[in-house]
Design a protein around this ligand. Structure first.
Ligand code: ZN
Length: 174
């Protein structure tokens, strides 16, 4: 499948909450492969959610290893396709400068949990539980927010102080 068009803020479809993906949903494998193709073609992209391509199912793709921002204390599980992901445990706080494929012109400072436990179904619909922290944990929280119609712009404390216009074109990092 080809690369799918990515919805860009302020497209109202980004605000629509997504519903769980059922294994018997017709055509989901094809939509998923389109989502992955779109993710892989976006330079430096470390996460994407299904609603960003107009597919309102609870599916995300995360790959922290595509960024140079992985710090030594970060956990990195490589590329993960996560169906119906849920954050089941959180601890700590950190502030992170986030970007988004759907908000190409801005970045913003967002407070997130430092460590999280995520439960999800993999592509074979087998349950997985992982613990992660730092950069990868931020990506999960950002992408799961998309499933609830929430953008990082909705999370910043001050639109004046915590949102920054990109000076020159940089590939979106999350
Ligand atoms: Zn995003």
């Amino acid at each position: 499948m080809a690369v799918l068009p990515v919805l860009v803020y302020p497209d109202k479809r980004l605000k629509i909450p997504s519903v769980p993906l059922e294994q018997n949903e017709p055509g989901w494998e094809q939509m998923l492969s389109g989502l992955i193709d779109t993710f892989e073609r976006a330079p430096g992209c470390v996460g994407i959610s299904a609603p960003q391509v107009g597919w309102h199912k609870r599916v995300i793709v995360v790959d922290a290893s595509r960024s140079s921002r992985v710090s030594p204390d970060s956990v990195n599980h490589g590329m993960m396709v996560c169906i119906n992901p849920e954050i089941v445990c959180t601890s700590g706080k950190l502030r992170f400068r986030e970007g988004c494929l759907s908000v190409p012109d801005f970045t913003g400072n967002v407070y997130r949990s430092k460590k999280i436990t995520v439960r999800y179904l993999d592509r074979s619909f087998n349950e997985q539980v992982i613990e992660t922290q730092g950069f990868e944990a931020v990506i999960f929280q950002h992408e799961i927010d998309h499933l609830d119609g929430i953008l990082f712009l909705d999370r910043v404390r001050s639109l004046k102080r915590d949102v920054f216009k990109r000076q020159t074109y940089l590939p979106p990092s999350e």
